[in-house]
Design a protein around this ligand. Structure first.
Ligand code: GLV
Length: 332
């Protein structure tokens, strides 16, 4: 493809990527970059600026649906989502129009598993609560019963959804001397189960036997509110729930109530049902640790994600097969 033909393509990038990824776009196409306030691009502006574009580089904050695809027009070739999750994209609608959809898997697996573990330890050992306590400037003295958490060693970790990230979380459990059980509709091969030292179990067993549950399922109709009042009642009162996947998998008002009533010990959340809004009741609870969706937020990982998303975008607008295509059927 000649340079001049390439540069006639135009793309919308809905938020500035890390500088290395922005540089990778240079010369590849005409770039329309949304540089508004830190909030997501307003819907009306997204619809307007998508018009006539060959490619869209979207974040998880943008809803990609029939309305947006209509607004973009029939020349749209690719939606390159800058996230491993693509629940913000109506994939069947894209496929039916021959629009490619890509995500950024693999490059963020280890960083996200590290963050899940940060939340696990923060909850089990009350790390963030301790920090908040000292910052409150209240008087304190070391005491045998002060701010007790639980031992991690010898406990049971339950992995809800054992894909790439769930497996990376399970792999880290060895050093903590944990037994690891997992639930996933797709069972791992015996070889992988053996290598990771994990055992499949029904969802009810995961709820009843886990001391810590870490959530790693995609958001699907079947996983929406997978963790609600009924699930919390089946968990141990000493259990911890950590969600680094997608907010709507957890029913937030029900979680706040379970934490308040002592139905479970603590929770760690990186994602929210109505992101970026946080359920008000959670903000008042000490036994929940809240992070602003930092799962993949490391310099190395965000650089790799940005470069992969750009690579996918440039491939898509020039008729090549992108590296991490979600909907191969769109090529037919
Ligand atoms: C982040 O949440 C992602 O899906 O990459």
């Amino acid at each position: 493809m000649s340079e001049s033909l390439l540069s006639t393509r135009s793309v919308l990038v809905t938020r500035a990527l890390v500088p290395e990824a922005m540089r990778a776009l240079d010369g590849g196409c005409a770039v329309d970059l949304y540089q508004g306030p830190p909030e997501a691009i307003p819907r009306e502006e997204l619809l307007r600026r998508a018009a006539g574009k060959d490619g869209l580089l979207t974040l998880l904050t943008e809803r990609v649906d029939a309305e947006l695809l209509d607004a973009a027009g029939p020349q749209l070739k690719i939606v390159a989502n800058h996230a491993v999750g693509f629940d913000n994209v109506d994939v069947p609608e894209c496929t039916s129009r021959g629009v490619l959809v890509t995500n950024t898997p693999d490059v963020l697996t280890e960083a996200t598993a590290d963050l899940a573990w940060s939340l696990i330890l923060a909850c089990v050992r009350r790390v963030a609560e301790g920090d908040r306590f000292l910052r409150s400037r209240r008087p304190w003295i070391w005491g045998p019963s002060m701010m007790l958490g639980y031992d991690m060693y010898g406990k049971t970790l339950g992995v809800a959804g054992c894909g790439r990230i769930g497996q990376a979380v399970a792999r880290r459990a060895t050093g903590f001397g944990l037994r690891v059980i997992y639930h996933d509709p797709v069972r791992l091969s015996e070889a992988v189960e053996r290598e990771l030292n994990v055992t499949w179990c029904p969802f009810e067993t995961l709820l009843a036997e886990s001391d810590v549950i870490s959530v790693h399922t995609p958001l699907l109709p079947q996983t929406r509110h997978l963790f609600g009042a009924d699930a919390f009642r089946q968990m141990k009162p000493t259990a911890v729930l950590v969600n680094t996947a997608r907010g709507p998998i957890v029913d937030e008002p029900a979680l706040a109530e379970a934490l308040r009533a002592g139905e479970i010990f603590a929770a760690g959340l990186d994602v929210y049902e109505r992101e970026p809004q946080i359920e008000e009741a959670l903000l008042d609870l000490d036994n929940v640790t809240l992070l602003p969706h930092l799962g993949s937020a490391t310099i190395e990982t965000r650089t790799a994600m940005g470069l992969l998303a750009v690579d996918n975008l440039l491939a898509g607008i020039t008729g090549k097969r992108p590296r991490t295509l979600v909907n191969p059927d769109a090529l037919r």
